[in-house]
Design a protein around this ligand. Structure first.
Ligand code: SF4
Length: 541
């Protein structure tokens, strides 16, 4: 399927209106995928500061730490230390779901807890207020663990959340209390917050509890946040195949599952950007290998389940996995073919996250739709071009803000799950450990890849590409829809889901069918398309 537009021209249009210096920088963040041979994706500039004045899609480091990685955790009581405005990200904006074991099991997710700092605390310090908030929370909820999240003002005035955490832990030794120095300014996007979250969860949570889980083939999924119930569907497939999901970081899991997650046989990574650090560190410290999987897309789900079965080298598991795939694919194929008959040839653009813009291309491909442009909000070059480029990524001052933990094998807990010979045999058979090939090799050569999309880019893409659907977040949703183009939110799923696994694929096919084939979008005209709301002239006499 070839494009009706020339991607090189579109790139020119995207930068045409920008001042020369800004255009030079942005042109490095916009690439046509076929600039180089496929196996050697073109280089893209990513994970750099957004130019001031540009309306970016990004969020802050605190949003990445608190909102993304820790947010879906139901029984780590989370206190946002800062002004109440930051607490917006503490209130389930991503529609993460959870299912406590019993009605009495702790679940703090419906709460948003903040120290609500006022001017007086900014001037005289907020540590006393934080201690009081912790004591109040302990008295009310009796949690096993408490996470404290620093926001920008806290970092600027120098409150030491870690000394408060130590002091309170000494006072309440049965409670694991830890702080995240995830002030919003700590990085260029949410990505810095993901790394900070990984580091703290690794040092203060993983490995503090030796608790076996019953069942065979123990696996952790890293980077699955149970938006719209995705993790529930993945759990269903694992259980049906006979595998045991120990902890999902961090959707629908408990503190104790995280704390004992070092006992598993295998880690699989769903969202590469937000959690690859934890996978690497757990491999070094505990000897748990990891590989990349993807449960977005029916084919991708089957491929991922086959990889996991292959890793365990158990003939009964391999046979069972194939039987489950065959059974699940009957209904998937029926719906897919029906939807494909109406969606084939339509186009999508996708700008979201640090892995989702890659994963969701699978689902569109399955119903015959082509992703003509895609990019990430907070990815690094390896998410685009693959982990092979990591040694070439220049570490700038912003990245140096985030501590790189020095991890060594634990003298007691390190237990290689496979011998080097076994790992080599599996690698020779096609399993790639610790690897990710990135989004670009999976995209068409004439696709546009754009990092850190902004609202100007969005309007140019709509005019030039005329996509049948735009996938992004709530900040883009209503502007795009005023152009008469449906927007699917891939952060929160627009009150829908799940989209993972087989049942999720069916949900997604049907929803995209409804969105791209309804006539309602043709009737939408923004008021300013009919007559300008405001007119002005530039210049002065
Ligand atoms: S003040 Fe800082 S931490 Fe709070 S939302 Fe804004 S950027 Fe994020």
């Amino acid at each position: 399927m070839s494009n009706i537009f020339d991607p090189v021209n579109v790139k020119q249009e995207l930068i045409a209106e920008l001042p020369a210096k800004v255009a030079r920088k942005r042109s490095k963040q916009i690439v046509v995928n076929d600039d180089k041979p496929r196996e050697n994706s073109p280089e893209i500039m990513a994970n750099v500061r957004t130019i001031p004045g540009i309306i970016t899609m990004r969020g802050c480091a605190y949003a990445g730490c608190k909102g993304v990685v820790l947010g879906p955790t139901r029984d780590i009581l989370q206190i946002v230390h800062g002004p109440i405005g930051c607490c917006f990200y503490a209130w389930l904006t991503r529609r993460n779901q959870t299912r406590p074991y019993t009605l009495d099991s702790p679940n703090y997710m419906p709460y948003a807890m903040s120290t609500d700092m006022q001017e007086e605390n900014i001037i005289f310090g907020g540590e006393k207020k934080l201690k009081k908030a912790i004591e109040e929370a302990i008295e009310l909820f009796h949690p096993k663990a408490i996470g404290i999240f620093a926001t920008c003002p806290v970092g600027l005035i120098g409150d030491d959340i870690h000394s408060v955490a130590r002091e309170m832990e000494a006072k309440y030794p049965d409670i694991n209390i830890f702080g995240f120095s995830c002030e919003g300014y700590k990085g260029v996007s949410q990505s810095a917050g993901h790394h900070i979250a990984n580091n703290k969860v690794f040092t203060d949570v993983v490995g503090v509890l030796d608790k076996e889980k019953e069942g065979k083939f123990l696996v952790n999924i890293l980077g699955e946040y149970n938006i719209g119930g995705d993790a529930f569907e993945i759990e269903r497939i694992f259980a049906k195949c006979g595998e045991t999901l120990h902890a999902t970081f961090s959707g629908n899991s408990s503190y104790e599952e995280f704390a004992s997650s070092h006992i598993v046989d295998l880690n699989v990574v769903m969202c590469h950007r937000s959690i690859n650090y934890l996978a690497e560190m757990m491999n070094k410290k505990y000897g748990i290998p990891w590989f990349k999987i993807n449960f977005i897309g029916a084919e991708a789900t089957s491929k991922s389940m086959r990889k996991i079965a292959q890793y365990f080298e158990d003939p009964a598991l391999i046979e069972k996995t194939e039987a489950v795939i065959a059974e699940e694919m009957v209904e998937v194929e029926k719906v897919r073919k029906d939807v494909e008959s109406r969606c084939k040839g339509k186009t999508a653009v996708m700008f979201v996250g640090g892995s989702r813009a890659h994963h969701y291309q699978e689902l569109f491909r399955e119903i015959g739709m082509k992703t003509v442009a895609a990019g990430y909000e907070f990815a690094h070059r390896d998410d685009y071009e693959g982990r092979k480029v990591i040694p070439d990524i220049k570490v700038d001052a912003d990245s140096r803000n985030i501590e790189e933990l020095k991890v060594v094998a634990d003298p007691e807990a390190y237990r290689p799950r496979k011998t080097p010979e076994e790992l080599k045999a599996l690698t020779d058979a096609g399993l790639q450990f610790g690897a990710y090939e990135g989004m670009m090799p999976d995209m068409e050569p004439d696709a546009l890849v754009i990092d850190d999309l902004n609202h100007h880019d969005m309007e140019v893409l709509i005019e030039q590409l005329k996509p049948d659907i735009f996938c992004a977040g709530v900040k883009e949703k209503y502007i795009v829809q005023k152009y008469g183009i449906p927007l699917k939110q891939l952060h929160s799923y627009d009150y829908s889901g799940p989209y993972a696994g087989y049942k999720g694929a069916i949900n997604f096919y049907r929803e995209i069918d409804r969105m791209v084939n309804t006539n309602v979008w043709k009737l939408i005209k923004a008021p300013w398309h009919e007559s300008p709301q405001l007119t002005a002239t530039y210049g002065c006499d």
